[in-house]
Unconditional design. Structure first.
Length: 94
């Protein structure tokens, strides 16, 4: 009876460890994806500071350029889509 209990406990621990390993791998994959997205929109120095400290100290620049742009027909096109469809790069309007 004791051997059966130990066997059941061992199987349970093995399954738990496999679940934890899979969860860690998934979290690491999502962290890498998040880091890439952050680097896609922010300079590396700013992204690193944000990840390390949770906020970014304001910086002063003597000269900057700002460009605002719009695509012809984008507003009319985007009004027809949900937010998920708008950012889904696999979505194609039929």
């Amino acid at each position: 009876m004791g051997l059966l209990a130990v066997l059941i406990l061992a199987v349970g621990l093995i399954r738990r460890n496999k679940f934890i390993e899979k969860s860690r791998a998934l979290v690491e994959k999502e962290k890498q994806r998040s880091d890439l997205l952050l680097l896609n929109i922010l300079p590396e120095e700013t992204a690193t500071e944000l990840k390390d400290k949770g906020k970014v100290k304001a910086k002063r620049f003597e000269s900057v350029s700002v460009m605002f742009t719009d695509f012809k027909g984008f507003t009319a096109y985007s009004d027809k889509l949900s937010p998920e469809e708008l950012v889904d790069d696999n979505y194609h309007e039929n």
